[in-house]
Design a protein around this ligand. Structure first.
Ligand code: F0G
Length: 457
Protein backbone atom coordinates (compact mmCIF):
# COMPACT_ATOMS: atom_id res chain seq x y z
CA UNK A 1 0.00 0.00 0.00
CA UNK A 2 1.29 3.45 -0.90
CA UNK A 3 1.99 5.48 2.24
CA UNK A 4 -0.30 8.51 2.54
CA UNK A 5 1.03 11.96 2.22
CA UNK A 6 1.91 13.90 5.41
CA UNK A 7 3.55 17.14 6.50
CA UNK A 8 7.34 16.97 7.07
CA UNK A 9 6.92 18.61 10.50
CA UNK A 10 4.95 18.23 13.72
CA UNK A 11 3.20 20.89 15.79
CA UNK A 12 4.97 22.36 18.85
CA UNK A 13 2.85 25.44 19.60
CA UNK A 14 -0.84 26.06 18.91
CA UNK A 15 -2.98 29.19 18.71
CA UNK A 16 -6.70 29.02 19.54
CA UNK A 17 -9.27 30.18 17.02
CA UNK A 18 -12.94 30.67 17.82
CA UNK A 19 -16.07 29.47 16.06
CA UNK A 20 -18.99 31.90 15.77
CA UNK A 21 -22.60 31.88 14.57
CA UNK A 22 -24.00 33.09 11.25
CA UNK A 23 -25.97 35.78 13.11
CA UNK A 24 -22.80 37.10 14.76
CA UNK A 25 -20.97 37.12 11.44
CA UNK A 26 -23.81 38.92 9.66
CA UNK A 27 -23.55 41.70 12.24
CA UNK A 28 -19.75 41.86 12.14
CA UNK A 29 -19.53 42.07 8.36
CA UNK A 30 -22.21 44.79 8.33
CA UNK A 31 -20.21 46.74 10.92
CA UNK A 32 -17.17 46.29 8.62
CA UNK A 33 -19.11 47.85 5.69
CA UNK A 34 -18.88 44.55 3.79
CA UNK A 35 -15.10 44.92 3.56
CA UNK A 36 -13.31 41.83 4.89
CA UNK A 37 -10.13 43.84 5.57
CA UNK A 38 -12.11 45.74 8.19
CA UNK A 39 -13.07 42.64 10.23
CA UNK A 40 -11.45 41.95 13.60
CA UNK A 41 -9.36 38.80 13.17
CA UNK A 42 -10.97 37.15 16.20
CA UNK A 43 -14.22 37.22 14.24
CA UNK A 44 -12.66 35.01 11.56
CA UNK A 45 -12.48 31.23 11.98
CA UNK A 46 -10.30 30.28 9.02
CA UNK A 47 -8.30 33.21 7.69
CA UNK A 48 -7.41 32.84 4.02
CA UNK A 49 -7.15 36.59 3.39
CA UNK A 50 -3.50 36.19 2.51
CA UNK A 51 -0.51 33.88 2.68
CA UNK A 52 1.61 36.97 3.37
CA UNK A 53 3.20 37.24 6.80
CA UNK A 54 0.75 34.64 8.10
CA UNK A 55 3.02 31.57 7.98
CA UNK A 56 4.16 29.60 11.03
CA UNK A 57 7.87 30.01 11.78
CA UNK A 58 9.86 26.90 12.69
CA UNK A 59 11.64 26.18 15.97
CA UNK A 60 14.90 26.85 14.06
CA UNK A 61 13.65 30.30 13.07
CA UNK A 62 12.54 31.14 16.62
CA UNK A 63 15.90 29.88 17.87
CA UNK A 64 17.74 32.08 15.35
CA UNK A 65 15.82 35.10 16.65
CA UNK A 66 17.51 34.76 20.05
CA UNK A 67 20.92 35.23 18.46
CA UNK A 68 20.01 38.30 16.38
CA UNK A 69 22.61 41.07 16.43
CA UNK A 70 20.87 44.41 16.95
CA UNK A 71 23.85 46.64 16.10
CA UNK A 72 22.78 49.67 14.09
CA UNK A 73 25.52 49.18 11.51
CA UNK A 74 27.33 46.09 10.25
CA UNK A 75 25.46 43.53 12.34
CA UNK A 76 26.33 39.85 11.95
CA UNK A 77 22.64 39.19 11.18
CA UNK A 78 22.93 41.43 8.13
CA UNK A 79 25.98 39.51 6.89
CA UNK A 80 24.33 36.16 7.56
CA UNK A 81 21.33 37.27 5.47
CA UNK A 82 23.57 38.73 2.78
CA UNK A 83 25.45 35.42 2.44
CA UNK A 84 22.21 33.44 2.30
CA UNK A 85 20.70 35.68 -0.40
CA UNK A 86 23.90 35.52 -2.43
CA UNK A 87 24.07 31.75 -2.12
CA UNK A 88 20.42 31.20 -3.13
CA UNK A 89 19.99 33.90 -5.81
CA UNK A 90 23.51 34.68 -7.00
CA UNK A 91 22.99 38.45 -6.43
CA UNK A 92 26.05 40.16 -4.89
CA UNK A 93 24.30 43.24 -3.54
CA UNK A 94 21.25 43.48 -1.31
CA UNK A 95 19.28 45.99 0.76
CA UNK A 96 16.87 44.97 3.52
CA UNK A 97 13.44 46.67 3.55
CA UNK A 98 10.49 46.31 5.88
CA UNK A 99 8.38 44.46 3.28
CA UNK A 100 7.93 43.89 -0.45
CA UNK A 101 6.24 47.16 -1.37
CA UNK A 102 9.02 49.05 0.43
CA UNK A 103 11.50 47.30 -1.85
CA UNK A 104 9.39 48.48 -4.80
CA UNK A 105 9.31 52.01 -3.41
CA UNK A 106 13.09 52.20 -3.05
CA UNK A 107 13.93 50.57 -6.38
CA UNK A 108 11.30 52.49 -8.37
CA UNK A 109 12.51 55.75 -6.84
CA UNK A 110 15.66 55.14 -8.86
CA UNK A 111 14.24 53.49 -11.97
CA UNK A 112 10.70 54.76 -12.72
CA UNK A 113 9.98 58.23 -14.12
CA UNK A 114 6.84 60.04 -15.23
CA UNK A 115 5.63 58.77 -18.61
CA UNK A 116 7.44 55.41 -18.37
CA UNK A 117 5.87 52.11 -19.41
CA UNK A 118 6.67 48.99 -17.44
CA UNK A 119 5.76 45.75 -19.23
CA UNK A 120 5.47 42.38 -17.52
CA UNK A 121 3.11 39.59 -16.47
CA UNK A 122 0.17 40.93 -14.41
CA UNK A 123 1.87 43.33 -11.99
CA UNK A 124 0.80 42.88 -8.38
CA UNK A 125 -1.40 45.70 -7.03
CA UNK A 126 1.31 47.35 -4.90
CA UNK A 127 3.73 47.13 -7.84
CA UNK A 128 1.18 48.76 -10.10
CA UNK A 129 0.40 51.30 -7.36
CA UNK A 130 4.06 52.29 -7.01
CA UNK A 131 4.39 52.64 -10.79
CA UNK A 132 1.17 54.65 -11.25
CA UNK A 133 1.99 56.82 -8.23
CA UNK A 134 5.02 57.98 -10.27
CA UNK A 135 2.73 58.79 -13.23
CA UNK A 136 4.03 55.85 -15.20
CA UNK A 137 1.92 52.96 -16.49
CA UNK A 138 2.06 49.18 -16.59
CA UNK A 139 1.51 46.97 -19.61
CA UNK A 140 0.30 43.43 -18.97
CA UNK A 141 1.83 41.03 -21.50
CA UNK A 142 0.63 37.81 -19.82
CA UNK A 143 -0.32 35.03 -22.27
CA UNK A 144 -4.01 35.04 -23.27
CA UNK A 145 -4.47 31.49 -21.94
CA UNK A 146 -4.27 32.88 -18.39
CA UNK A 147 -7.54 34.74 -18.82
CA UNK A 148 -9.63 31.62 -19.55
CA UNK A 149 -9.99 29.88 -16.19
CA UNK A 150 -11.16 26.62 -17.80
CA UNK A 151 -8.08 26.23 -19.95
CA UNK A 152 -5.30 23.97 -18.69
CA UNK A 153 -1.83 25.36 -19.39
CA UNK A 154 1.17 24.46 -17.21
CA UNK A 155 2.61 27.99 -17.12
CA UNK A 156 -0.22 30.51 -17.14
CA UNK A 157 2.14 33.02 -15.53
CA UNK A 158 4.16 33.29 -18.76
CA UNK A 159 4.70 36.46 -20.73
CA UNK A 160 3.64 36.49 -24.38
CA UNK A 161 6.98 37.43 -25.90
CA UNK A 162 5.34 38.84 -29.05
CA UNK A 163 3.27 41.25 -26.96
CA UNK A 164 6.39 42.13 -24.99
CA UNK A 165 8.51 42.74 -28.07
CA UNK A 166 5.80 45.01 -29.48
CA UNK A 167 5.90 47.14 -26.32
CA UNK A 168 9.72 47.26 -26.45
CA UNK A 169 9.65 48.32 -30.12
CA UNK A 170 6.89 50.85 -29.67
CA UNK A 171 8.04 52.57 -26.48
CA UNK A 172 11.82 52.10 -26.61
CA UNK A 173 13.40 54.56 -24.18
CA UNK A 174 10.22 54.85 -22.13
CA UNK A 175 10.67 51.29 -20.83
CA UNK A 176 12.94 51.34 -17.75
CA UNK A 177 12.85 47.54 -17.19
CA UNK A 178 10.79 44.39 -17.72
CA UNK A 179 9.18 42.81 -14.67
CA UNK A 180 8.32 39.15 -14.13
CA UNK A 181 6.18 38.32 -11.12
CA UNK A 182 6.98 34.84 -9.79
CA UNK A 183 4.49 33.27 -9.39
CA UNK A 184 1.96 35.41 -11.19
CA UNK A 185 -0.27 36.18 -8.21
CA UNK A 186 -3.00 38.17 -9.97
CA UNK A 187 -3.55 35.46 -12.62
CA UNK A 188 -3.99 32.80 -9.95
CA UNK A 189 -0.64 31.90 -8.40
CA UNK A 190 0.43 30.65 -11.83
CA UNK A 191 4.09 29.89 -12.54
CA UNK A 192 6.43 31.17 -15.24
CA UNK A 193 8.47 28.51 -17.06
CA UNK A 194 12.26 28.66 -17.19
CA UNK A 195 11.99 28.65 -20.97
CA UNK A 196 9.88 31.81 -20.77
CA UNK A 197 12.40 33.41 -18.39
CA UNK A 198 15.20 32.67 -20.86
CA UNK A 199 13.09 34.05 -23.76
CA UNK A 200 12.39 37.25 -21.82
CA UNK A 201 16.11 37.52 -21.04
CA UNK A 202 16.94 37.27 -24.75
CA UNK A 203 14.47 40.03 -25.61
CA UNK A 204 15.79 42.18 -22.78
CA UNK A 205 19.33 41.78 -24.12
CA UNK A 206 18.18 42.60 -27.65
CA UNK A 207 16.61 45.87 -26.46
CA UNK A 208 19.19 46.50 -23.74
CA UNK A 209 16.70 46.49 -20.83
CA UNK A 210 17.21 45.16 -17.32
CA UNK A 211 14.92 42.43 -15.98
CA UNK A 212 13.35 42.63 -12.53
CA UNK A 213 11.90 39.59 -10.78
CA UNK A 214 9.16 40.27 -8.24
CA UNK A 215 10.16 37.16 -6.34
CA UNK A 216 7.57 36.87 -3.54
CA UNK A 217 6.78 33.25 -4.46
CA UNK A 218 9.95 32.24 -6.33
CA UNK A 219 10.25 28.91 -4.52
CA UNK A 220 6.72 27.84 -5.42
CA UNK A 221 7.52 28.85 -9.00
CA UNK A 222 10.64 26.65 -8.89
CA UNK A 223 8.59 23.71 -7.59
CA UNK A 224 6.23 23.99 -10.57
CA UNK A 225 9.21 24.12 -12.95
CA UNK A 226 10.52 20.88 -11.44
CA UNK A 227 7.11 19.19 -11.68
CA UNK A 228 5.90 20.57 -15.01
CA UNK A 229 8.91 21.45 -17.18
CA UNK A 230 10.32 18.08 -18.26
CA UNK A 231 13.98 19.15 -18.71
CA UNK A 232 14.16 20.22 -15.07
CA UNK A 233 12.65 17.12 -13.48
CA UNK A 234 15.98 15.89 -12.13
CA UNK A 235 17.25 19.27 -10.92
CA UNK A 236 17.04 20.28 -7.27
CA UNK A 237 14.92 23.29 -6.27
CA UNK A 238 18.15 25.06 -5.37
CA UNK A 239 19.57 24.49 -8.87
CA UNK A 240 16.35 25.64 -10.52
CA UNK A 241 16.21 28.77 -8.35
CA UNK A 242 19.79 29.58 -9.35
CA UNK A 243 19.00 29.25 -13.03
CA UNK A 244 15.84 31.36 -12.62
CA UNK A 245 17.73 34.26 -11.06
CA UNK A 246 20.48 33.99 -13.70
CA UNK A 247 17.83 35.44 -16.09
CA UNK A 248 17.34 38.59 -13.95
CA UNK A 249 19.38 41.68 -13.12
CA UNK A 250 17.59 42.50 -9.91
CA UNK A 251 14.83 41.30 -7.61
CA UNK A 252 12.34 42.68 -5.15
CA UNK A 253 11.24 40.31 -2.42
CA UNK A 254 8.35 40.24 -0.04
CA UNK A 255 9.89 37.86 2.50
CA UNK A 256 6.44 37.37 4.03
CA UNK A 257 5.59 34.69 1.49
CA UNK A 258 8.13 32.06 0.41
CA UNK A 259 10.67 33.01 3.08
CA UNK A 260 8.07 32.24 5.81
CA UNK A 261 8.60 35.26 8.07
CA UNK A 262 5.92 37.55 9.44
CA UNK A 263 7.55 40.77 8.22
CA UNK A 264 10.42 41.70 5.94
CA UNK A 265 11.59 42.25 2.41
CA UNK A 266 14.63 43.09 0.35
CA UNK A 267 16.04 44.22 -2.97
CA UNK A 268 18.96 42.37 -4.54
CA UNK A 269 20.93 43.18 -7.66
CA UNK A 270 24.14 42.62 -9.61
CA UNK A 271 25.00 46.23 -10.49
CA UNK A 272 27.05 48.09 -7.81
CA UNK A 273 26.00 51.48 -9.22
CA UNK A 274 22.29 50.61 -8.89
CA UNK A 275 23.04 49.43 -5.35
CA UNK A 276 24.61 52.80 -4.52
CA UNK A 277 21.66 54.73 -5.97
CA UNK A 278 19.11 52.57 -4.13
CA UNK A 279 21.08 52.90 -0.87
CA UNK A 280 20.27 56.63 -0.77
CA UNK A 281 16.52 55.98 -0.90
CA UNK A 282 16.82 52.99 1.42
CA UNK A 283 18.44 55.16 4.08
CA UNK A 284 15.75 57.82 3.62
CA UNK A 285 12.70 55.53 3.59
CA UNK A 286 13.70 52.33 5.37
CA UNK A 287 16.81 52.63 7.52
CA UNK A 288 20.55 52.26 7.31
CA UNK A 289 21.69 49.84 4.60
CA UNK A 290 22.56 47.03 7.04
CA UNK A 291 19.08 46.85 8.59
CA UNK A 292 16.65 48.78 6.33
CA UNK A 293 13.47 48.35 8.34
CA UNK A 294 14.34 44.98 9.84
CA UNK A 295 15.68 44.13 13.28
CA UNK A 296 18.68 41.82 13.57
CA UNK A 297 16.57 38.98 14.95
CA UNK A 298 14.18 39.29 12.02
CA UNK A 299 17.08 39.10 9.55
CA UNK A 300 18.24 35.91 11.30
CA UNK A 301 14.78 34.35 11.02
CA UNK A 302 14.65 35.39 7.37
CA UNK A 303 18.00 33.79 6.54
CA UNK A 304 16.76 30.53 8.07
CA UNK A 305 13.32 30.88 6.42
CA UNK A 306 14.83 31.35 2.95
CA UNK A 307 16.50 27.96 3.29
CA UNK A 308 13.37 26.26 4.67
CA UNK A 309 11.23 27.80 1.93
CA UNK A 310 13.17 26.07 -0.84
CA UNK A 311 13.03 22.63 0.78
CA UNK A 312 11.37 20.25 -1.68
CA UNK A 313 9.44 18.24 0.94
CA UNK A 314 8.00 21.42 2.42
CA UNK A 315 7.03 22.81 -1.00
CA UNK A 316 5.43 19.53 -2.02
CA UNK A 317 3.31 19.43 1.15
CA UNK A 318 2.28 23.02 0.86
CA UNK A 319 1.31 22.95 -2.79
CA UNK A 320 -0.46 19.62 -2.30
CA UNK A 321 -2.61 21.18 0.43
CA UNK A 322 -3.70 23.91 -1.98
CA UNK A 323 -4.41 21.15 -4.54
CA UNK A 324 -6.37 19.16 -1.92
CA UNK A 325 -8.69 22.11 -1.38
CA UNK A 326 -9.01 22.95 -5.06
CA UNK A 327 -9.69 19.42 -6.23
CA UNK A 328 -12.66 19.07 -3.86
CA UNK A 329 -14.12 22.34 -5.14
CA UNK A 330 -13.71 21.12 -8.72
CA UNK A 331 -15.44 17.86 -7.81
CA UNK A 332 -18.48 19.93 -6.74
CA UNK A 333 -18.39 21.88 -10.00
CA UNK A 334 -17.28 25.12 -8.34
CA UNK A 335 -15.51 27.24 -11.00
CA UNK A 336 -11.86 27.97 -10.13
CA UNK A 337 -8.74 28.97 -12.07
CA UNK A 338 -7.12 25.84 -13.49
CA UNK A 339 -4.63 24.42 -13.13
CA UNK A 340 -4.64 25.01 -9.37
CA UNK A 341 -1.97 27.55 -8.40
CA UNK A 342 0.77 27.56 -5.80
CA UNK A 343 -0.45 29.61 -2.86
CA UNK A 344 -4.18 29.95 -3.31
CA UNK A 345 -7.42 28.89 -4.93
CA UNK A 346 -8.90 31.53 -7.19
CA UNK A 347 -12.68 31.21 -7.54
CA UNK A 348 -14.01 32.55 -10.82
CA UNK A 349 -16.80 34.81 -9.57
CA UNK A 350 -18.09 35.63 -13.06
CA UNK A 351 -18.86 31.96 -13.58
CA UNK A 352 -20.05 31.47 -9.98
CA UNK A 353 -22.52 34.39 -10.15
CA UNK A 354 -23.18 34.96 -13.87
CA UNK A 355 -26.39 36.82 -13.00
CA UNK A 356 -24.74 39.51 -10.79
CA UNK A 357 -23.64 42.45 -12.96
CA UNK A 358 -19.96 43.42 -12.84
CA UNK A 359 -20.98 46.85 -11.51
CA UNK A 360 -22.15 45.08 -8.32
CA UNK A 361 -18.81 43.42 -7.53
CA UNK A 362 -19.66 39.69 -7.83
CA UNK A 363 -16.34 38.58 -6.29
CA UNK A 364 -16.68 40.85 -3.26
CA UNK A 365 -20.28 39.61 -2.89
CA UNK A 366 -19.08 36.00 -2.92
CA UNK A 367 -16.31 36.71 -0.40
CA UNK A 368 -18.93 38.20 1.93
CA UNK A 369 -21.27 35.21 1.59
CA UNK A 370 -18.45 32.72 2.24
CA UNK A 371 -17.56 34.59 5.41
CA UNK A 372 -21.15 34.63 6.64
CA UNK A 373 -21.56 30.92 5.86
CA UNK A 374 -18.37 29.54 7.40
CA UNK A 375 -16.35 32.28 9.07
CA UNK A 376 -13.86 31.84 6.21
CA UNK A 377 -12.14 35.04 5.08
CA UNK A 378 -10.95 35.21 1.47
CA UNK A 379 -10.18 38.30 -0.56
CA UNK A 380 -11.53 39.91 -3.72
CA UNK A 381 -9.03 40.13 -6.57
CA UNK A 382 -11.24 41.75 -9.16
CA UNK A 383 -12.84 45.10 -9.83
CA UNK A 384 -12.12 46.55 -6.39
CA UNK A 385 -8.41 45.74 -6.65
CA UNK A 386 -8.27 46.81 -10.33
CA UNK A 387 -9.26 50.26 -9.06
CA UNK A 388 -10.15 53.24 -11.25
CA UNK A 389 -8.24 54.35 -14.32
CA UNK A 390 -5.82 57.04 -13.07
CA UNK A 391 -6.79 59.36 -15.94
CA UNK A 392 -10.50 58.82 -16.62
CA UNK A 393 -11.32 57.79 -13.01
CA UNK A 394 -13.71 55.17 -14.44
CA UNK A 395 -13.84 51.71 -12.84
CA UNK A 396 -11.53 49.25 -14.57
CA UNK A 397 -13.19 45.86 -15.11
CA UNK A 398 -10.47 43.22 -15.25
CA UNK A 399 -10.72 40.12 -17.43
CA UNK A 400 -10.80 37.99 -14.30
CA UNK A 401 -12.98 38.55 -11.26
CA UNK A 402 -11.65 36.32 -8.48
CA UNK A 403 -12.15 35.48 -4.85
CA UNK A 404 -8.77 34.28 -3.64
CA UNK A 405 -8.46 31.76 -0.83
CA UNK A 406 -4.77 32.05 0.09
CA UNK A 407 -3.38 29.28 2.28
CA UNK A 408 -0.89 30.39 4.97
CA UNK A 409 2.21 28.20 5.17
CA UNK A 410 2.30 25.47 7.86
CA UNK A 411 -0.76 26.93 9.64
CA UNK A 412 -3.97 25.00 8.83
CA UNK A 413 -4.67 21.27 8.55
CA UNK A 414 -6.67 19.54 5.86
CA UNK A 415 -9.61 19.45 8.33
CA UNK A 416 -9.73 23.23 7.99
CA UNK A 417 -9.69 22.81 4.22
CA UNK A 418 -12.73 20.50 4.54
CA UNK A 419 -14.63 23.26 6.40
CA UNK A 420 -13.83 25.69 3.59
CA UNK A 421 -15.10 23.21 1.00
CA UNK A 422 -18.40 22.63 2.85
CA UNK A 423 -19.01 26.35 3.38
CA UNK A 424 -18.32 27.17 -0.24
CA UNK A 425 -20.49 24.30 -1.48
CA UNK A 426 -23.39 25.62 0.61
CA UNK A 427 -23.01 29.08 -0.95
CA UNK A 428 -22.74 27.49 -4.40
CA UNK A 429 -25.89 25.39 -3.91
CA UNK A 430 -27.85 28.56 -3.00
CA UNK A 431 -26.25 30.83 -5.59
CA UNK A 432 -29.45 31.46 -7.56
CA UNK A 433 -31.17 32.92 -4.51
CA UNK A 434 -28.60 35.74 -4.43
CA UNK A 435 -30.05 38.38 -6.74
CA UNK A 436 -27.90 41.45 -6.15
CA UNK A 437 -24.37 42.42 -5.13
CA UNK A 438 -22.80 45.42 -3.45
CA UNK A 439 -22.16 49.08 -4.17
CA UNK A 440 -19.46 51.45 -2.94
CA UNK A 441 -20.32 54.21 -0.47
CA UNK A 442 -16.78 55.46 0.24
CA UNK A 443 -13.37 54.81 -1.32
CA UNK A 444 -9.73 56.00 -1.23
CA UNK A 445 -8.09 57.55 -4.33
CA UNK A 446 -5.58 54.67 -4.72
CA UNK A 447 -5.53 51.03 -3.53
CA UNK A 448 -9.13 51.44 -2.47
CA UNK A 449 -9.82 47.79 -1.65
CA UNK A 450 -8.17 47.99 1.78
CA UNK A 451 -10.48 50.65 3.15
CA UNK A 452 -13.51 50.71 0.81
CA UNK A 453 -16.94 50.93 2.44
CA UNK A 454 -19.87 49.20 0.76
CA UNK A 455 -23.60 48.55 1.14
CA UNK A 456 -26.03 45.98 -0.27
CA UNK A 457 -27.03 46.98 -3.81
N1 F0G B 1 4.57 41.28 -5.06
C1 F0G B 1 3.69 40.27 -5.01
C2 F0G B 1 3.61 39.27 -6.12
C3 F0G B 1 2.84 40.15 -3.90
O1 F0G B 1 1.96 39.17 -3.86
C4 F0G B 1 2.96 41.11 -2.86
C5 F0G B 1 2.08 41.05 -1.70
C6 F0G B 1 3.90 42.14 -2.97
C7 F0G B 1 4.69 42.19 -4.10
C8 F0G B 1 4.06 43.19 -1.92
O2 F0G B 1 4.66 42.67 -0.80
O3 F0G B 1 2.95 42.81 1.02
O4 F0G B 1 5.37 42.50 1.53
O5 F0G B 1 4.54 44.66 0.70
N2 F0G B 1 1.08 40.30 -1.66
C9 F0G B 1 0.20 40.08 -0.54
C10 F0G B 1 -0.92 39.20 -0.98
C11 F0G B 1 -0.21 41.28 0.21
O6 F0G B 1 -1.88 39.04 -0.21
O7 F0G B 1 -0.86 38.63 -2.08
P1 F0G B 1 4.36 43.20 0.69
Amino acid sequence: MKLPFAEPYKIKVVESIRRSSREERRKWIGDAHYNLFQLHSEHVFIDLLTDSGTGAMSDQQWGAMMTGDESYAGSSSYYKLKDTIEEITGFDYFLPTHQGRAAENVLFSVLVNEGDIVPGNSHFDTTKGHIEFRRAITNDCTIDEAFDTTLIHPFKGNVNTEKLEKVLQEYGDKVPFIILTLTNNSAGGQPVSLKNMHDVRKLADKYNKPVLFDSARFAENAYFIKIREPEYRDRTIREIVHEMFSCADMMTMSSKKDAIVNMGGFIAMRDPELFRQCSVFNIMFEGYITYGGMSGRDMNALAQGLNEGIDFDFLETRINQVEYLGQQLLDFGIPIQQPIGGHAIFIDAKRFFPHIPKEEFPAQTLANLLYIEGGVRGVEIGTLVADRDPVTRENRYPALEFVRLAIPRRVYTNNHMDVVVAALKNVYDNREEIKTGLRITREAPIMRHFTVEMELA
